[in-house]
Design a protein. Structure first.
Length: 205
């Protein structure tokens, strides 16, 4: 995989992870209610769930490419259109609000199962399949090797897990939620620009 394409994938993954949403809320809540170890478990298992989706998607796109280049081209253009839609949606988005209940002091680590929660919130999110189908169709080529697909999958999973590990670590030492809420619209704007640029590659190349 060419280095500049890998960097593009890394940037999209980082921006996607930084965008506040239900996964971030779950990591924060599990850290608050179950302790930092449960926060770490939630972060790692979420990364595994995301990586599993990424692996399934990358393999599926490769099979379609081998069996029908025309079908792959259709998926590639549809993916570019979807990324374009997501980009404009991000550019026009307003500040997001993360709803969090106050931590219940009676909760203990036994009440929280981070390994289960993190994996399920990622794997049971069908939007991930659509997003990865759109995203990976811009990177997988006919010459794509198994190593390239492994690198793509590992990149997605590791970045996702690392971000939420950082969140869990920081939450155990000081709140970051207000800063995230204040800057969420900035993250969205930057994400929108990168997604539109990525979609434009299909038209230009």
């Amino acid at each position: 995989m060419e280095l500049h394409l890998w960097f593009s994938l890394v940037i999209v993954c980082i921006l996607g992870a930084l965008s506040p949403g239900p996964s971030l809320a779950l990591v924060i809540k599990n850290t608050m209610n179950g302790g930092v170890n449960q926060g770490y478990a939630t972060a790692i298992s979420h990364g595994l769930g995301v990586a599993l989706y990424a692996a399934i998607t990358a393999t599926g796109i490769a099979l379609i490419l081998v069996q029908s280049p025309l079908a792959f081209e259709a998926i590639q253009y549809a993916g570019a259109a979807f990324l374009l839609y997501l980009g404009f949606k991000a550019l026009t988005s307003k500040k997001q609000s993360i709803q969090l209940d106050e931590a219940d002091e009676s909760n203990t680590s036994n009440d929280v199962n981070g390994w289960r929660d993190g994996f399920l919130i990622a794997f049971l999110n069908p939007k991930l399949a659509i997003f990865f189908l759109a995203l990976f169709s811009q990177f997988v080529t006919e010459e794509a090797s198994t190593q390239q697909k492994v690198i793509m999958t590992a990149t997605v999973g590791i970045i996702d897990a690392l971000w939420y590990l950082i969140v869990a670590f920081t939450m155990s030492r000081g709140p970051i939620i207000e800063r995230l809420k204040r800057n969420s619209h900035i993250v969205d704007k930057v994400t929108g620009v990168f997604l539109i640029g990525l979609a434009a590659r299909v038209v230009i190349t």
